[in-house]
Design a protein around this ligand. Structure first.
Ligand code: BMP
Length: 210
């Protein structure tokens, strides 16, 4: 079973569907976010879910009621998972989990880009507690900082760790898995490759060697 999640951040519907069809057999899930949904419509979620489970990366950061409305819309369109922010506080994350039903909720705890050091990193541990207490399925933590992944793994308990930042942002697939990530999230390295399917297979091999 693959530990790879494709971040499908392309803007064109046909291109998205072509890549999704070819890469789906080699991934655990496909992550769909604002770039694709804003350019094609929310229906793209159910269309892609015919090929692989879809995680909606809507990075929800709102009051509980608005959070519920967004989570419900993702669920009604066939999503298997949704990504929410936790800096907004426990009640919004709890609302997401309550509305999610069978869908998995993933909570952002520390982002992969350099700017995450400005504020986020200082409250990562508290955000992990919020994710745990709310009953989330997992958290998002950075493949660009394997040393942080190791620390986060120690306190994350049963939470799954989904780790972006492999490839274009400089992180290495194998390093992230060895540091404790359950899944790695990869976008540009796959969808910008000449042969996205081959690239996904190559990444799977890198992780298997572990
Ligand atoms: P790429 O492999 O092209 O860098 O894409 C990474 C994907 O993961 C993007 O969709 C990005 O929005 C997302 N992501 C991230 O890079 N860092 C985070 O901390 C959280 C994310 O969701």
């Amino acid at each position: 079973m693959s530990r790879l999640i494709l971040a499908l951040d392309v803007l064109d519907r046909e291109k998205a569907m072509n890549i999704a069809k070819r890469v789906a057999p080699h991934v655990h899930a496909i992550k769909v976010g604002w770039p694709l949904v804003m350019n094609t419509g929310i229906e793209v979620v159910s269309e892609i879910s015919r090929y692989a489970p879809v995680i909606c990366d809507f990075k929800v950061a709102d009051i509980p009621n608005t959070t519920r409305l967004i989570v419900r819309t993702a669920r009604e369109n066939g999503a298997s998972g949704i990504i929410v922010h936790s800096f907004v506080g426990h009640d919004s994350v709890e609302a997401a989990v309550a509305e999610a039903g069978d869908m998995s909720v993933y909570v952002v705890t520390e982002m992969s880009h350099p700017g995450a050091l400005d504020f986020m990193q200082s409250v990562t541990n508290r955000m992990i507690e919020i994710a745990k207490n709310a009953g989330a399925k997992g958290i998002i933590a950075p493949a660009t900082r394997p040393e942080r992944l190791r620390e986060i793994r120690k306190i994350a308990g049963e939470l799954e760790i989904l780790s972006p930042g492999v490839g274009a942002q400089g992180g290495k697939a194998k390093d992230a898995i060895e540091a404790g990530a359950d899944y790695i999230i990869v976008g540009r390295r796959i969808y910008n490759a000449e042969d996205p399917e081959k690239e996904a297979m190559a990444i799977n091999k890198e992780i298997e060697k572990e």
